[in-house]
Design a protein around this ligand. Structure first.
Ligand code: NI
Length: 188
C-alpha cells in the first residue's frame, strides 16, 4: 500500500483555527487519511497528529507515543487512530510539562494538562473504545483534542517566559526544573 507524507500546516494558516466536524462515515478516503497521518507522524518524529494539521477539519487524530528525537523519554505504544474523541472524566490535578507541535515549528513551552483522563473514541472500524491515559499519553491526547477545536499549545502556555526554541530546549534539558504539579481543581 502506498503511503504519503502529508504537508503539515503551520500557525498562521486559518485552517488550524477551525472547529473540526464529527466523522460520520468510515469510508475509504478516511482510511487513507488515517494511514497517511500515521506515516506523517512517523516521518516527522511526531508523537501525535490531528487531521486539521493537514487541512482536514474532521474529528480525528493519531496518538503515537514512542521515544523520538523530539521526545526521547516518551513511552512506546502502537500508533492509535482516535475518531470523534472526547474526555469523559479527568483527575483533579494538572501537571505542567513541556510541549511542542509540528504546526508551531521550533518552539517549546510549558502547558498544564490533566494528569489522568478517561476518554472515549471510535477506532478505525467504528468500535467505541473507553480508556484511561496518564501523564505523557494523557498530555498527547489533550494536545491533539485541542487541535480539533482550533487551539494550539501556545494558546495555553500560562507563562510566556517558558517559551523556548528547540535548540534552547535541548541545551537546557538537563538543567530544567522538575515537573510542577498543580493540585488545584478550580481550573477548567
Ligand atoms: Ni500539535
Amino acid at each position: 500500500m502506498w503511503k504519503k507524507q502529508l504537508t503539515v500546516l503551520t500557525v498562521g494558516d486559518p485552517r488550524l483555527r477551525l472547529m473540526a466536524e464529527p466523522v460520520v462515515t468510515l469510508d475509504r478516503p478516511l482510511q487513507t487519511l488515517i494511514k497517511n497521518l500515521i506515516w506523517t507522524a512517523e516521518k516527522t518524529n511526531g508523537v501525535g497528529i490531528a487531521a486539521p494539521q493537514v487541512g482536514v477539519a474532521k474529528q480525528l487524530f493519531i496518538v503515537a507515543s514512542r521515544p523520538t528525537l523530539r521526545y526521547p523519554h516518551a513511552p512506546t505504544m502502537a500508533p492509535t487512530p482516535m475518531i470523534n474523541p472526547h474526555i469523559v472524566a479527568h483527575s483533579d490535578d494538572r501537571t505542567a510539562d513541556w510541549e511542542g507541535c509540528l504546526s508551531v515549528p521550533d518552539q517549546r513551552g510549558q502547558v498544564a494538562r490533566w494528569r489522568e483522563i478517561e476518554v472515549e473514541y471510535g477506532d478505525r472500524h467504528g468500535q467505541m473504545k473507553r480508556q484511561v491515559f496518564t501523564d505523557f499519553v494523557a498530555r498527547i491526547f489533550q494536545h491533539e483534542l485541542d487541535h480539533l477545536q482550533g487551539t494550539v499549545f501556545t494558546d495555553r502556555v500560562a507563562d510566556p517566559t517558558t517559551l523556548l526554541t528547540e535548540q534552547a530546549y535541548f541545551d537546557q534539558l538537563d538543567s530544567m526544573p522538575a515537573i510542577v504539579t498543580d493540585h488545584s481543581d478550580s481550573l477548567a
